[in-house]
Each structure stands twice: as C-alpha cells, then as structure tokens.
Design a binder for this molecule. Structure first.
Ligand code: NAG
Ligand code: NAG
Ligand code: NAG
Length: 503
C-alpha cells in the first residue's frame, strides 16, 4: 500500500516537473533537479542561466541601437531591412565594443584623435545600462573602448562626459600627448566637476595602454573613484605625475612600467629627473609588480592604508636627491611595503606611525630615513630586509632629526636585517665581552638606531674563576651598559638591549 502511494506520488511529481519544463523550457531550460549534489549540476544551471541572461542583454542592445537608427525597428528580424539606416559601426562589430577608428580616430598618430575618442567615450557612457553598482553609479555592463592597437594623438584630457558610471574598460593601444597638450592635463582623466554619487566612477579598467605624455603634464588622473584598475600600462614622459590618485579608494595599479625618461638606469641626465611616477593622495590603494625607472620620486604617499608589493624603484638615485617611496603622512602612516626592490633609491617616512617594511632588497647603499616632524615614531617594523652597499659607511636605517629629535618612540622594531658593505642599525642589540676586573662597559652606539635610548636590558655574567661575585647593572646611559662586581673576577658578560620596548 505504502509502496503504491510512493509510485503514485513520484508519477505526480514527474508530471509536475514535465509541466514546469514545458512552460519555461523555451526560454530557460530548467532541469528541475534539486536533489543532486551541488557539484556539476549546479554549475551547469548557473551557466545556462548566464547564457539566458546574455541573450536578453544582446536583445536589449539590438533594441536600443536599432531604435536609435532604424525608422521601424524589428526586434525579431535577424538583419535590418535594406531600407533601414546602417547600424553604427561599433554595434556591427559586436555588443558594447566601441572601436575608436569607427569614430574617425587616426591610428597612425598623425592627426588629432581627441574628438573622435571623446565621441566613442560618449557613446559608451550613454550606451545600454544594467542597473547600478554603488548608489548613483550606472552599470555599463562591461563596455569597452578599444584602441585597436593604434597610436592616437591627443590634444587635451580624455574625460568621460558624465560621472556616475562604471564597469567600463579602455584598452589596447597608445595615447600620445600633442605638442600643444595643456601641461596641467592628464591623458586619461577620471575626474568630474559634478557628480550625483559620492563617487565619480566605479570599476573603470585601463588596460594594455602605452601613455606618452610628451613631457606635457601627466598620464592618468583618478579622482574620487572606486575600484579603478590600471593594468599593464607603460607610462612615460610625464612632467607632473604619471598617475595621480586623489580621494576615493581601491585604485589598483599593477604590472605596469613608469618612467619620465625612457632609460635603463645609469643615465647621464639622471640628476635632472623630475616628476612623480605615482602620487597617492587617497587611501586603500595597492601598487603591485610595478617598475619605476625614472622620476624624482617613485611613489609619493600622503594618505594611509595603501600597500606596495613587488615594486622595483630605480628612479633618480638618492645620491642625486631622488626618493623611491616618500611617505608624507606624519602621525598616521599605516603603510605596508613588502617584497620591494629599492635600487639606489630609498624610502623616506615622516613621523612614521604604523609602518611595515619587510622582505625587501636595498641595493647601492639605498636605505630608509625616518624623518622627525613632531618627533613621533610608533608601531614601526623594519625587519627581514637585505641591504647591499659600496663600503661607504652608509647606515641601513637613518634618522633625520633636523626638525627636532624623536621623543615619542614606542613599538619600534628594526631587527633581523642583513647588510653587506653598509652599517647595520637596529633597535634590538646583543653584545658580549670578556675581561678580568670589577667593571664591564658595553657600548651599543655603533648599532642602536636612536641615540641615548635603552628601554630594556638583560644580562648574564659568566665567571670562570673560583669565586661567586656579587654583580649588578650600575649605569645605562648614552647607549652604554655598565656592570660592576664587588670583587675582581675573570668573566664574560652577555648583554641584550631593546630600544623599542613592548606595548
Ligand atoms: C539528479 O541528480 C542526481 C545527482 O547528480 C542524479 O543522480 C540523478 O540522476 C538526477 N536526476 C534527474 C532526474 O536528473
Ligand atoms: C684577575 O685580577 C686579579 C686582581 O687584579 C688577579 O689577582 C688575578 O690573578 C686575575 N686573574 C686572571 C685569571 O687573570
Ligand atoms: C652614568 O654614566 C653617565 C655617563 O657616563 C654619567 O654622566 C652619569 O653620572 C652616570 N650615572 C650614575 C648614576 O652613575
């Protein structure tokens, strides 16, 4: 009885699912199997759903472009009737790829392509939309401005006509500033004078581009935008900033090459290099796997919570007045620099508060300078780096106290770095000495970073004679530790000192 009921039930269920498949099957073949494992069937369903969605988008695009051009659009007809006006070229070449030559841009770089590319940008921005990203940011669905491998002459900033759009890519070619390009402009300018959203743009991708500023201004400006991606770009001949990021957050600059001049190091004109390759005036950005081969400052940072990894700086050498990474955010640094290669050019940090530098390689006497502004250094880790120099007595970490001494020093750890041909500096030091007498003085001045600062001492005395002397620390001043015993003994002294202290 129970078995018969089960058979009946499964029959009914099967029939019901058949009906469902029939009703929705034409547009969206639902398999209606929710009992299986979430593995292959789930992915298959997701794929089908995405295909279905894509087909709707294509239809939507066809509707929009056809409505704009043809007098009596027919959604279902596969090709427009011969009497209808031709579709715009970008639509013919596929959905949402705006080919700039279709707008009259000159890929040979001979005539000015500014207006043509601006028209392509305008069409992209006014193209089909798919809801919103962040509030007030319309989703352009992945529209592409395709430079088609050409080199285009540009005479003023390429700016999007309106703010409040996202999910757009500009890629695949070269932009070169013309000889009359305004020197305060940027080749690609993601800024806006008016924005309805709290952000100008979201998820704009600039990819596979060579940007030649022709010694007139900068290459990319990203103002108050969210989730901007700058990927595989070769940025040269800037005089202001190669890339400027201001406000907003999450601009990711990766796998790119920046240089004011195209050189491969040891350039005779290096002394006169100027400009800043990357200027970060906003937080939460990342620079990863980037080479900066010429500029006065490689990366200038004036907002916290940025991170740098795999950055190779060999811009203007420190010896000529250049800086690899300049952290100009005294009192709130919050910067991580890991796995970087500072090549004859170093790092400067003003009043560092929360700064981490590790696993990096400093070549050619490149070093780190902690510059006192208000005398604060807190939460600093400079650990596990390699320093290599030319035996000129350059210290791996230095203090610039020209504006006043560091006086608030907490949780500063400079330790476990190795140095060749340079003088090591640390906040933690160990030393031992051996003599026969009643007094032992261990001088840590050649190694300790901060003058006259020992927050913690630990020592042991190993007496080799027959007596058991009383001994004690008698003085810890001027980075020297004095230990005395009541009777003369031959003894070895082991001392560990710490300037950083614990929390
Ligand atoms: C449902 O999925 C399970 C597990 O993947 C499979 O064993 C079963 O045959 C499927 N049933 C139908 C009706 O497709
Ligand atoms: C250590 O010094 C004391 C007094 O100066 C002396 O008597 C003793 O022989 C010395 N011991 C050694 C091992 O040099
Ligand atoms: C500790 O040594 C310093 C410098 O050597 C000296 O000026 C100071 O008076 C000493 N302090 C004591 C308590 O002996």
């Amino acid at each position: 009885m129970a078995r018969r009921a089960l058979v009946l039930l499964s029959l009914i269920t099967g029939l019901a699912s058949l009906i469902i498949v029939h009703v929705y099957g034409e547009k969206f073949p639902v398999t209606n199997n929710f009992s299986g494992s979430p593995g292959s069937h789930f992915h298959q369903r997701m794929r089908k759903m995405q295909e279905f969605k894509a087909s709707l988008i294509r239809r939507d695009l066809a509707t929009t472009t056809a409505a704009a051009t043809a007098p009596s659009p027919s959604i279902d007809s596969p090709s427009p009737s011969p009497s209808a006006a031709p579709l715009p070229p970008q639509a013919a070449s596929g959905p949402r790829v705006y080919r700039v030559t279709s707008y009259g841009a000159d890929p040979t770089g001979k005539s000015d392509s500014t207006e043509a590319i601006l028209r392509a940008l305008s069409d992209a921005v006014n193209g089909p939309r798919e809801g919103v990203l962040m509030q007030g940011i319309a989703n352009l669905g992945g529209a592409e401005i395709y430079l088609e491998g050409g080199n285009y002459l540009i005479s003023k900033s390429l700016r999007l006509p309106t703010a409040g759009v996202g999910n757009l890519m500009i890629h695949g070619g070269t932009l070169t500033a013309s000889d009359n390009f305004p020197t305060d402009n940027y080749l690609i300018d993601l800024s806006s004078s008016s924005s309805s959203s709290s952000y100008n743009y979201e998820y704009i991708t600039l990819k596979d581009l060579m940007l030649d500023s022709n010694y007139r201004g900068g290459a990319i400006q990203v103002i108050n935008s969210l989730r901007t991606s700058i990927d595989n770009c070769y940025i040269v001949h800037f005089t202001t900033n190669g890339i400027l990021v201001k406000g907003g957050h999450e601009t990711y600059i990766r796998n790119s090459f920046l240089g004011q001049h195209i050189t491969a190091g040891a350039d005779p004109d290096e002394r006169s290099f100027s400009g800043t390759a990357i200027n970060l005036m906003g937080n939460d950005n990342a620079v990863t796997d980037v080479v900066i081969f010429s500029a006065a400052v490689g990366i200038m940072v004036s907002a916290p919570a940025n991170t740098f990894s795999g950055v190779h700086c060999y811009n203007k050498a420190t010896g000529f007045g250049g800086t690899g990474i300049y952290l100009k955010l005294p009192g709130l640094t919050q910067t991580r620099i890991v796995n970087c290669y500072m090549d004859y050019t170093g790092i400067v940090a003003e009043d560092p508060v929360q700064l981490h530098i590790s696993s990096s390689f400093f070549l050619g006497s490149a070093h780190i300078v902690l510059k006192s502004i208000n005398g604060v250094a807190k939460g600093v880790n400079i650990v596990d780096n390699m320093f290599s120099g030319n035996d000129k007595g350059v210290a791996i970490v230095q203090l610039d106290q020209s504006k006043g001494a560091f006086k608030q020093i907490e949780q500063v750890v400079v330790d476990r770095n190795n140095a060749q041909g340079m003088n090591t500096r640390a906040t933690v030091a160990r030393a031992s000495m051996q003599s026969n007498g009643t007094s032992w003085t261990v001088d840590f001045n050649s190694i300790l970073l901060f003058p006259n600062l020992i927050k913690h001492v630990q020592y042991s005395l190993s007496a080799t004679g027959t007596s058991f002397p009383n001994h004690a620390i008698r003085n810890v001043t001027g980075n020297r530790v004095v230990i005395e015993s009541d009777v003369a003994v031959p003894a070895s002294i082991f001392v560990t000192v710490d300037q950083g202290g614990t929390s």
